[in-house]
Design a protein around this ligand. Structure first.
Ligand code: ITT
Length: 198
């Protein structure tokens, strides 16, 4: 069994592997299909972008494909960086530059106003054109400085209340249990048989 995920992000691939490989499901990503060119994420919602990415690859391969569009919503920044999370500090910038931009913008914001959430929308598109999306979230707060080495993206500055640690201090397994991506996968798994085997 295998699952094809329309992503170029190695951090996401690792997390999908953490969840699917123990179940004997092999995870393939865009790295396995170098002939496929990148899709422009022109949508204004996570749903739109996830569907854009999944549809393009499903059409190309003639197989059922999953895509993940995700990001960080900071309440004090009116939901920014949102769908622009991957390129918040600019298209040529890295994860660290992106989260430092968030920290700078929140410099004088007190703890109780630093609430935020990670959002992950998973889209499944079948060759028949049948489509479905699910949305998983994870609530937290923006830390005052980066802590931790694990994960990717904004994990070092995302403080998870119930653990008393940042996302980047959790192991892959601990993160998957509580993360937006883990929650979205749980939802999708629950609905899978009814959606795609009928
Ligand atoms: P693909 O489109 O190829 O999947 P991408 O990195 O461009 O890769 P997105 O457009 O969905 O993907 O952007 C997601 C960004 O949101 C990602 O680059 C991180 O900055 C952030 N993000 C998403 N999930 C995250 C997580 O679990 N931990 C930390 N940051 C995350």
């Amino acid at each position: 069994q295998e699952i094809i995920i329309a992503t170029n992000n190695p951090g996401k691939v690792k997390e999908f592997q953490t969840i699917f490989e123990p179940k004997g499901i092999k995870v393939k990503s865009l790295a396995d299909f170098p002939e496929v060119s990148e899709v422009e994420e022109t949508g204004t919602t996570f749903e739109e972008n996830a569907l854009l990415k999944a549809s393009a690859l499903a059409e190309h391969l003639g197989k059922t494909v999953l895509a993940d569009d995700s990001g960080l919503e900071v309440d004090a920044l009116n939901g920014e960086p949102g769908v622009y999370s991957a390129r918040y500090a600019g298209t040529d910038k890295n994860d660290r530059e992106n989260y430092l931009k968030v920290l700078t913008k929140l410099e004088n914001v007190p703890d109780e106003k630093r609430t935020a959430r990670f959002v992950c929308v998973l889209a499944v598109v079948q060759p028949s054109g049948k489509k479905h999306t699910v949305r998983g979230t994870c609530e937290g707060r923006i830390a005052h400085q980066p802590i931790g080495e694990n994960g990717f993206g904004y994990d070092p500055v995302f403080f998870v209340e119930e653990k008393g640690l940042t996302m980047a201090q959790l192991t892959k397994e601990e993160k998957s249990e509580i993360s937006h991506r883990g929650n979205a996968i749980k939802l999708l798994t629950k609905q899978w048989d009814e959606l795609f085997l009928t």
